[in-house]
Design a protein around this ligand. Structure first.
Ligand code: OOG
Ligand code: NI
Length: 276
């Protein structure tokens, strides 16, 4: 490809911090000016040609990444895969895709019509991975999708780009535990995702994760502008599965809760004190 892998990740990050300005603040607060190492970057898509998970993954395979784990999310009607690179400095990649055919005819129709507007030739360019939405959508259609799938609604509003980056807590100087990281973040005013508890997973599954709730961004729909949840930052601490060998996979039960960091609905309910 025309750009280096390093340039690719710089471009991906620059697109992401436009939608998650908090990420820059997270770096200031946790890194105190030092470089932060990312554990992984996550992408979302639909299981419809030409934007299937595999089409996005092909760009990472071209960079030398290998497919490693498969994950299923029955209730959310999603599947995911993760990819690793032999260069330990490169972040792992987590890509999920929505199983569109499992939703209502209405949702399928809205999503199919949007995906049909994508030029397949553009998908073959690595820049597609930070190209955003390739369509116009009404706020009514966004709200309609929100009824069935927070993920579908996020996808139609934001399109193709990093959904989140993830701080590698093992490589973070000054912090022994994820609790300490969370404490520092809360003291700095960040709102954490509390679905399933602030910390998802444990040393028993070799992975602990937490995340901020997504920043809010004004999105221009075809009929009006709306301020909705965009992108978030995640924090991951990994444990050894053998001496000097950290677990490199993901944990479906924890990931299931991390997805909710972009929820528009649950958040409103929580703000109204209605957690039922
Ligand atoms: C992905 C959620 C899962 C993880 O690290 O387990 C995840 C998403 O929200 O798109 O990132
Ligand atoms: Ni993640």
């Amino acid at each position: 490809m025309s750009q280096s892998v390093e340039q690719f990740f710089d471009n991906l990050w620059n697109d992401y911090i436009q939608l998650a300005p908090s990420a820059a603040k997270v770096h200031e607060v946790l890194g105190q000016g030092r470089t932060i190492i990312n554990d992984h970057v996550a992408f979302r898509t639909f299981n419809i040609a030409p934007v299937r998970l595999q089409a996005l993954a092909a760009h990472f395979e071209a960079m030398g990444y290998k497919a490693c784990g498969d994950y299923q999310f029955e209730a959310k009607k999603l599947v995911a895969k993760h990819y690793e690179h032999s260069d330990p400095k490169l972040p792992k990649i987590f890509i999920s895709e929505l199983l569109v055919e499992e939703f209502s005819p209405k949702l399928q129709q809205i999503v199919q019509a949007l995906v049909a507007q994508i030029n397949p030739a553009e998908v073959a360019n690595p820049e597609f991975l930070y190209s955003g939405a390739h369509w116009q959508i009404s706020s009514a259609d966004y709200e309609q999708l929100l009824e069935e799938s927070e993920y579908a609604a996020w996808m139609v509003a934001f399109g193709f780009r990093a959904n989140h980056f993830t701080v590698n807590v093992n490589e973070l100087p000054d912090y022994e535990s994820l609790e300490q990281v969370n404490q520092t973040l809360k003291e700095a005013g960040f709102r954490l995702n509390t679905s399933g508890g602030e910390i998802k997973g444990s040393s028993d599954v070799f992975l602990e994760q937490s995340s901020t709730m997504a920043d809010h961004t004004a999105v221009r729909f075809s009929d009006m502008e709306k301020v909705i949840p965009s992108c978030f930052y995640e924090f991951a601490k990994r444990y050894e599965i053998a001496p000097n060998q950290l677990y490199t996979g993901f944990v479906a039960a924890s990931a299931d809760k991390i997805f909710e960091s972009t929820n528009a609905r649950a958040e409103t309910a929580a703000e109204q004190g209605d957690n039922a």
